[in-house]
Design a protein around this ligand. Structure first.
Ligand SMILES: CC(C)(COP(=O)(O)OP(=O)(O)OC[C@H]1O[C@@H](n2cnc3c(N)ncnc32)[C@H](O)[C@@H]1OP(=O)(O)O)[C@@H](O)C(=O)NCCC(=O)NCCS
Length: 239
């Protein structure tokens, strides 16, 4: 193991990373945000989300030092044991909770901010086959519910929540909750957003619309009649 593995190095994003410190913050995050967690030792030994993060932080070190094969090998071993696939190129902040974990996939150019929570079955993926930045960037304190997919190269602002099973394809402003497929914002700054009304047209509605159209035509013909009478001088303007 290279001697400098546990000292500061500069990540691709320019963030100064300290692997042991980040791992400790990840363990604290589990203790703070998972009510089932009992002790730091239990979290360290028995939580596969933590194991995946430890493996990832080591694999990422190799990745930023251009040892891509070793980096990928470590991430594949981690995937085998944890069922969590984090590409070694992904940039993860600290205090991350990957809860339950199985089925989580985080792509090469994904960025995850500090104190994010990611549940089982989440994909931070790309669309298409183009190279370059193709995965999402999550801000700080973002929650991604179980089974949610965030696909494409765009930003999800700080303190956002992407609901369980949502498929998010567009950027989200900070403090927004998005739900559904495709995901749409339903809450901003804790306040519910107005719902788009979908009109369901039945037989009664059609009859009513016909009557309204009839009345509209009648008003139009009366208006024309009045204008003609005015033009002929039979009706004064204020009558
Ligand atoms: C989105 C979430 C974070 C809730 O956020 P919130 O800000 O408290 O939002 P609310 O509960 O007030 O819900 C807002 C609206 O979104 C809807 N909504 C919430 N979660 C939803 C989901 N997963 N899919 C579809 N709609 C959802 C609610 O029904 C509500 O709609 P309404 O206004 O028509 O009633 C939460 O529902 C969620 O999905 N959390 C992930 C939890 C998870 O994955 N747990 C796994 C544990 S193992």
């Amino acid at each position: 193991m290279p001697p400098s593995l546990f000292v500061r190095h500069k990540s691709k994003a320019g963030r100064k990373e300290m692997i042991l410190k980040d791992i400790w913050k990840d363990i604290k995050a589990v203790q703070e945000r998972d009510p089932a967690a009992r002790s730091a030792l239990e979290v360290l030994l028995l939580y596969q989300g933590i194991h995946a993060l430890i493996w990832h932080r080591i694999a990422h070190w190799f990745y930023v030092h251009h040892m891509f094969f070793v980096a990928r090998l470590i991430s594949q071993i981690a995937r085998f044991f944890t069922l969590i696939e984090i590409h070694p190129g992904a940039q993860l902040g600290h205090g991350i909770l990957i809860d339950h974990g199985c089925g989580v996939v985080i792509g090469e150019t994904a960025v995850v901010g500090d104190n994010c929570t990611i549940y089982q079955g989440v994909t931070l993926g790309g669309v298409g086959t183009a190279k370059g930045k193709r995965h999402p960037t999550l801000g700080n304190n973002v929650t991604v519910g179980s089974g949610a997919k965030i696909l494409g190269s765009f930003e999800v602002g700080d303190n956002c929540a992407v609901a369980a099973n949502a498929v998010l394809l567009r950027p989200l402003e900070e403090n927004t909750t998005a739900v559904g497929i495709p995901a749409r914002p339903v809450k901003k700054d804790g306040v519910a957003l107005p719902k788009k009304q979908k009109m369901i047209i039945g037989e009664d509605d059609r009859r009513l619309m016909k009557e309204i159209e009839g009345l509209r035509q009648e008003i139009e013909s009366l208006r024309r009649e009045v204008e003609e009478l005015r033009a002929a001088g039979n009706v004064k303007k204020d009558e």
